[in-house]
Design a protein around this ligand. Sequence first.
Ligand SMILES: Cc1cc2nc3c(=O)[nH]c(=O)nc-3n(C[C@H](O)[C@H](O)[C@H](O)COP(=O)(O)O)c2cc1C
Length: 200
Amino acid sequence: MLPLPGFFETGIQMSNALELLKTRASPKAADLVPPGPNEAQLNEILTIAARVPDHGKMVPWRFIVHPHETRAPLVEKLIANFRAGKPNANDAEAEKQRLRFTNSPLIVTVVSKTSPNPKVPDIEQLLSAGAASMNLLNAAHALGFGANWLTGWAAFDKSSKELFGLADNEQIVGFIHIGTAKGEVFQRPRPDLSQIVSKR
Ligand SMILES: Cc1cc2nc3c(=O)[nH]c(=O)nc-3n(C[C@H](O)[C@H](O)[C@H](O)COP(=O)(O)O)c2cc1C
């Protein structure tokens, strides 16, 4: 019997998918250079990010896209908030924050939104946002880009609520920096399965 149309092709795609999952690693955000994803690629990345387990179909996350070309005013406000919240921080620290948010070709803020639900505890809604973040990283890698999931003070500072337009039940779970990795991506050691896997 002939294989179903697309069967063999799917097999090939599967082995590629495993290879991609096995090779993904985060470049430093400072090593992300242009080009970043174009509109079509970004759309694909976000579509994949939204394809995650989501108990109760609550869609407990959303994405804010910060293209490089239009990010400067946001970064200025971020730095003003950083200085206001950390009056003892020196110029070098503020500059480090500025570079972090300025340089990456693309940043996607992943926002978790938790709503009371008797069947879906907040932790499950938060985890779904984590899964969306992870899918962003994998999708970016599959398209040949590097991506790094960062948080830092801006994710947790109260001033970010207003700056990013977050509702009371929303929080930032990550800034996903995306671009082309400059040079080799460092492959950090991964946990030894014997240390983290057990059978009972
Ligand atoms: C929720 C979350 C927040 C993180 N925030 C930071 C951060 O603010 N600064 C940092 O240097 N790394 C941060 N990291 C770690 C980076 O993503 C790190 O580069 C990554 O874990 C490297 O592992 P990978 O190569 O498997 O992606 C964070 C990781 C997670 C999961």
